[in-house]
Design a protein. Structure first.
Length: 315
C-alpha cells in the first residue's frame, strides 16, 4: 500500500477581523490594528457610574482634550500587550545584568562621597515620584476614550512602577544588599526641603479631574527632571569617577525617549484634530502655563542641591 501526501491551501474567507474591516475594508492588517481598533465598548452598558451619573462608563467628556475619532491616533511604537511585554522584559533584563556587573565589582559601593549623597538624597527618593506618576497614568488608563489612548496610558503606568523598581534596586545595591538607603530616601521624600516642591506638585497632579491634564502636567515635570537628573549628569559622572551612575542612568534616559514618542504624537493629534483642534490648542496652552512654572520650581530645587554637592555642575 502506498500513501501520497499532498498540500491543500484553504483560502481565508476574510483577511482580518471585523473591527478592522469596518474601517479599512477586507485587507491584511497589522497585529496592532487588530488588537486596538474599536475594542473599547461604546453601547449596551449595564449602568452609569454612580459618582458621575451624567456620563457613560467610557465617555469622551472625562477630558477637555478631545479627538473626533480617537482611533485616528495610533501609538507610533505599535505597542499592544505582546510587543510591549517583550520590549520591557528585554530592558529590565539588561538592567539586571548591568546592576549585577556593578555589584560584583562593588562599583556602586565605592562611588565618590558626593555622588553617594546625590544618589541617597535626590535620585533614589524619586522612586516615590514614579509611584505618584503611576497613579496619574492609571487614571488615564481608566478614563481615556478609545483603546488607542487607554492602552498607552496603561503601559506608561506599568513603566512607572518599573522605573521605581529600578531606582529601588540601585538603592539596595548601594547599601550592599540591605534597605537602609531606601529608608533614608523615604524620609528625604517626606521631610527633605529640596524635595517638597516636587512632592507637593505630584500630589496635586494626582487629584486633577481631567486625566489628560494630569498626564501632561507630569510630562512637563518629566521633560525637565529626566534631562537634569539622568542624561544631564552623564558626562559629569564619567569625568568625576562615577561611571557606575552613568551606566544606571542610561536606562531611565532610554525609557524617557520612548515615553516621548507616544506622548508627542498624541499632542500633535490633539492639535491637528479637524473638529477639536482649536479648542485643544487653547487647553494645551493653558495646561503649559499652569504647570510648567511649577515644574521648573520643583526641578530647580533638586538641581540646586545636585550642583552644590557636585561642585557646581550645571544640571
Amino acid at each position: 500500500m502506498q500513501y501520497e501526501l499532498r498540500y491543500q491551501v484553504i483560502e481565508a474567507k476574510r483577511q482580518s477581523y471585523q473591527n478592522v474591516i469596518d474601517r479599512f475594508g477586507d485587507q491584511p492588517a497589522t497585529r496592532y490594528q487588530e488588537a486596538t481598533l474599536d475594542v473599547e465598548p461604546r453601547e449596551n452598558f449595564h449602568y452609569r457610574p454612580t459618582w458621575a451619573q451624567d456620563r457613560e462608563l467610557y465617555d469622551p467628556r472625562y477630558s477637555a482634550l478631545r479627538l473626533t475619532d480617537p482611533y485616528t491616533y495610533a501609538d507610533p511604537r505599535g505597542f499592544f500587550y505582546t510587543p510591549y511585554v517583550t520590549n520591557r522584559a528585554g530592558l529590565h533584563d539588561e538592567f539586571g545584568k548591568t546592576l549585577s556587573y556593578l555589584e560584583d565589582r562593588e562599583l556602586l559601593g565605592t562611588l565618590p562621597e558626593a555622588w553617594r549623597s546625590v544618589l541617597g538624597s535626590v535620585v533614589i527618593p524619586l522612586r516615590h515620584y514614579e509611584s505618584g506618576c503611576q497613579l496619574v497614568s492609571v487614571t488615564g488608563a481608566r478614563f481615556a476614550h478609545g483603546t488607542s489612548l487607554a492602552q498607552c496610558c496603561t503601559f506608561a503606568a506599568f513603566d512607572r512602577i518599573g522605573n521605581a523598581q529600578m531606582l529601588s534596586r540601585v538603592g539596595i545595591a548601594v547599601a550592599g544588599g540591605v534597605g537602609d538607603v531606601l529608608t533614608t530616601a523615604k524620609q528625604e521624600w517626606l521631610d527633605g526641603a529640596h524635595l517638597q516642591p516636587l512632592r507637593r506638585l505630584v500630589e496635586e497632579i494626582m487629584v486633577v479631574d481631567d486625566w489628560a491634564e494630569g498626564l501632561l502636567a507630569i510630562d512637563h515635570v518629566d521633560s525637565l527632571l529626566f534631562p537634569a537628573m539622568y542624561s544631564g549628569l552623564d558626562e559629569k559622572a564619567l569625568l568625576g569617577g562615577a561611571g557606575a551612575y552613568s551606566l544606571v542612568a542610561q536606562y531611565l534616559t532610554t525609557w524617557f525617549a520612548d515615553q516621548r514618542r507616544w506622548l508627542d504624537a498624541l499632542v500633535a493629534a490633539w492639535r491637528g484634530d479637524p473638529e477639536h483642534g482649536p479648542s485643544n490648542t487653547e487647553h494645551l496652552d493653558r495646561i503649559a502655563a499652569t504647570w510648567r512654572p511649577r515644574a521648573e520650581e520643583a526641578v530647580g530645587a533638586l538641581s540646586a542641591v545636585v550642583a552644590d554637592r557636585l561642585d557646581g555642575v550645571a544640571a
